[in-house]
Design a protein. Structure first.
Lengths: 208, 180
C-alpha cells in the first residue's frame, strides 16, 4: 500500500473530523464588542495595579534609604544580606501578586464556608471573573518565572474557572467538585502559606 | 477595501472597518477552533478571544505578514494555550472521578474506522494535530501554516509527516480500507 493512497484516504476521512456547525457570527460579534467595552472601562478606572506600582515605588525608596543608613552605620554582612532582593521578579509584580493572592484566599475561604453550610452561592460570578482575569494576567507576567508560584496561580485559575462556570449554572454536584478541588490541591493552605510568610515591611516577600 | 486600507481604518477606530475585518476572517478562525476542539462553546470562546486580542494589538501590526496570517497566528496561540488549560482541567476531573469511573466503566463495542480515526487525531500532540488539521482538513499550505505557527515551512512538513505516521500506525488494523 502506498503512502499516496493512505494520504488520500486520510484526507477524505478527516473531512468528517469535527465538522463545524453553523457559525454564530452575530452572537460572537456582540460578545467581542461587550468584552472590549468592559476592557475600556477597566483601563479608565484606577485599579490595584496602579496602587501596586505606587507601593512598589515606596518600597524601592524605603529599601534605598535603609541601605544608605545601614552602610553608613554598621554595614554588617547580615544587614546587607537582608536588604538584598534575591528574586528575579520585579517588586511591582511581587506586591501585586501578594495583594491578589490575599484577595483570592479571602474569596475562596468565604466561598467554601458558604458552600459547606449549604448557603446559596450564586452571586459570586462577578468576583470570580475579576479574580480570574487578574490571575491570568499574573500567569502571563514575569511572576510565572517562579515555578512554585506559577503552579499555585494555575491551580487558582482552575478553581476560579470552576466557580465562574458554576455561578452561571448552579448545581450541587458541581459545588461538591469545587470543594474537592480546593481541598485536593491544598489551594487554601498554599495561599495561606504564601501570604503568611511575609516579613513586616515587605508584604509577602520571601513567599514570593 | 484592501487590507492596507482596512487596517488603517481599524487603527483609526472606524467601527465599519472593525466589522469588515471580523467578517472577512471569522469563518476561518472559528473553523480552525472548532476542528481543534470539537466543542462549540470552546470554539466560540477561542474565536472571540482571537478577535479581542487582534483589535487590542492592531496598533502594533506593521504589515510584515498578510493580515490573515497575523490573525491565524493569534488564533493558533489562543487555541493551543486554551487546549493546554482544557487538558489540565479534564485531567483534574478524571482524578476526581476516577473511583467512580473505574467502578462503572461500561463495556464498549469495537470502534469503527471513523471513531478510531477521530480518537487517533485527538491523541496526536496538539502541535501535530494543529498542523494536520490545518493542512489535511482545512487545506492550508505549509508556508501558511509555518507563518501562522511561527516555524519554517519545512518544520510544518516534518510535523505533518510524523502526524500521518502516527495515524497510520493507529489505524493499521483498517489497512484494507486504503489498500483496496
Amino acid at each position: 500500500m502506498s503512502d499516496d493512497r493512505f494520504e488520500e484516504f486520510l484526507r477524505e476521512a478527516a473531512e468528517h473530523y469535527h465538522v463545524p456547525p453553523e457559525i454564530p457570527r452575530e452572537d460572537m460579534w456582540i460578545a467581542i464588542a461587550e468584552a472590549r467595552r468592559r476592557s475600556v472601562r477597566r483601563t479608565r478606572r484606577p485599579d490595584w495595579r496602579i496602587w501596586g506600582v505606587g507601593i512598589a515605588a515606596a518600597l524601592v525608596i524605603g529599601v534605598g534609604i535603609g541601605r544608605i543608613s545601614v552602610t553608613s552605620r554598621t554595614a554588617t554582612p547580615m544587614a546587607a544580606a537582608s536588604a538584598e532582593d534575591d528574586s528575579d521578579i520585579p517588586v511591582a509584580y511581587r506586591v501585586a501578586t501578594a495583594d491578589h493572592l490575599g484577595r483570592v484566599e479571602v474569596f475562596l475561604a468565604g466561598f467554601q464556608a458558604d458552600a459547606r453550610e449549604g448557603r446559596h452561592v450564586t452571586d459570586v460570578a462577578p468576583d470570580a471573573h475579576d479574580l480570574l482575569a487578574t490571575t491570568r494576567l499574573l500567569i502571563d507576567s514575569p511572576v510565572s518565572d517562579d515555578l512554585v508560584l506559577r503552579d499555585l496561580l494555575e491551580d487558582v485559575e482552575l478553581v476560579l474557572t470552576q466557580i465562574a462556570q458554576y455561578a452561571g449554572r448552579p448545581n450541587s454536584s458541581e459545588l461538591g467538585l469545587i470543594d474537592q478541588s480546593i481541598d485536593q490541591r491544598s489551594v487554601l493552605f498554599r495561599l495561606h502559606s504564601a501570604t503568611d510568610a511575609a516579613p513586616a515591611g515587605m508584604p509577602y516577600q520571601g513567599a514570593l | 477595501m484592501d487590507d492596507r486600507s482596512l487596517i488603517a481604518g481599524v487603527q483609526a477606530g472606524d467601527p465599519g472597518a472593525e466589522r469588515l475585518l471580523y467578517d472577512r476572517h471569522v469563518d476561518g478562525v472559528y473553523r480552525l477552533a472548532y476542528r481543534m476542539t470539537g466543542d462549540a462553546d470552546l470554539a466560540r470562546e477561542y474565536t472571540q478571544e482571537t478577535f479581542i486580542r487582534a483589535f487590542e494589538r492592531i496598533e502594533q501590526f506593521r504589515g510584515e505578514a498578510a493580515l490573515g496570517t497575523w490573525i491565524r497566528t493569534i488564533a493558533g496561540t489562543v487555541v493551543l494555550n486554551g487546549l493546554r488549560k482544557v487538558k489540565r482541567f479534564r485531567q483534574r476531573e478524571v482524578e476526581l472521578d476516577e473511583g467512580v469511573a473505574h467502578a462503572a466503566a461500561p463495556r464498549r463495542a469495537e470502534p469503527d474506522l471513523k471513531e478510531r480515526l477521530g480518537q487517533a487525531i485527538e491523541d496526536l500532540p496538539a502541535k501535530y494535530r494543529m498542523v494536520f488539521v490545518m493542512h489535511d482538513v482545512e487545506g492550508y499550505t505549509h508556508e501558511e501554516i509555518g507563518a501562522a505557527l511561527g516555524m519554517p515551512a519545512g518544520t510544518s512538513k516534518a510535523q505533518l509527516f510524523r502526524a500521518r505516521a502516527r495515524l497510520r500506525e493507529a489505524l493499521s488494523e483498517f489497512a484494507g480500507e486504503w489498500a483496496s
